[in-house]
Design a binder for this molecule. Structure first.
Ligand SMILES: C[S@@+](CC[C@H](N)C(=O)[O-])C[C@H]1O[C@@H](n2cnc3c(N)ncnc32)[C@H](O)[C@@H]1O
Length: 262
């Protein structure tokens, strides 16, 4: 077979949440270039492949984007089956689009293998339905890392008109909470931080928008990736969730009554 690149989404971490196609192409790969959030259990499936970490790790420099493009293109031109493996879905805050464009420009055949994005997996695993009849009928996903990117989106919404999911938002949670409250969201709106969803260490913090800045101040956040969810639907975590809580405001108990789950 001629060289080929698969841009593969690895889901939130647990290999059981890979698609069947993702698992198959990983098992058959000869070269795997993976990001920091790809779990060891998932990498273990790449038994035949040379594996290289190209993602950002705390305190270390990541491989730059141009180098990643060059590595994929060179290996494919040498006839290799290349898997570019990313956490979640490759086209959700994953630079998968840029990599696809680089491959297309170079005339390298490639395919995207979608993954379960942490934007939906983390809330679901914590028992938070992003939409729930009578409570929320829309959700928006933003990068919490860059206020300039989320402000026009969230600032244009009526307060509490949709569930807000913020990826890459842990460090900026104070600014996000302040912005929403300033835009008219109630400070008592339920909020959650879902950490390490689908991993053994997974846990969830729930509280209110007002508490969010101090969420997880103690114990520390460690190295786990975290997804922030803001909206009434967070109240359901106490009823629908199986994930251990590091902190749960009484809001969870109230919700059980309000949503008729008792
Ligand atoms: C660079 S973005 C990549 C998103 C990825 N492409 C996706 O679709 O999930 C990384 C962010 O995803 C979220 N994330 C990734 N894995 C997670 C997990 N297992 N639990 C909670 N959040 C996670 C965190 O917000 C993290 O900062």
């Amino acid at each position: 077979m001629k060289g080929f690149v698969w841009l593969v989404g690895a889901g939130p971490g647990d290999p059981d949440l890979l698609t069947r196609k993702a698992a198959r192409v990983i098992e058959e790969a000869e070269l795997v270039l993976y990001d920091a959030l790809v779990s060891n259990e998932t990498l273990d499936l790449a038994r035949r492949a040379q594996r290289f970490s190209v993602g950002k790790r705390a305190g270390k420099k990541s491989v730059d984007q141009e180098t990643i493009h060059a590595l994929m293109i060179r290996a494919a031109r040498r006839g290799k089956r290349v898997v570019r493996l990313k956490g979640g879905d490759p086209f959700v805050f994953g630079r998968g689009g840029e990599e696809g464009l680089a491959l297309a420009r170079a005339g390298v055949p490639f395919e995207v293998v979608p993954g379960v994005s942490s934007a939906v997996a983390a809330p679901a695993l914590a028992g938070i339905p992003l939409t729930h009849r009578g409570v929320a009928s829309a959700f928006v996903v933003v990068s919490g890392h860059d206020p300039a990117a989320y402000r026009p989106v969230l600032g244009g919404m009526a307060p509490a008109s949709a569930t807000v999911v913020a990826l890459m938002g842990l460090a900026g949670r104070r600014g996000l909470a302040a912005f929403l409250i300033d835009r008219g969201w109630s400070a008592a709106t339920p909020a959650a931080v879902v950490l390490g969803a689908s991993r053994e260490e997974a846990r969830v913090w729930t509280g209110t928008l007002a508490d969010l800045p101090d969420a997880l101040a103690s114990p520390p956040i460690d190295d786990l990736p975290g997804t922030i969810v803001v909206g009434e639907v967070v109240s359901l975590a106490g009823v629908l969730g199986q994930m251990p809580f590091v902190h749960a405001r009484p809001v969870a108990a109230r919700a059980a009554v309000r949503f008729g789950a008792q």
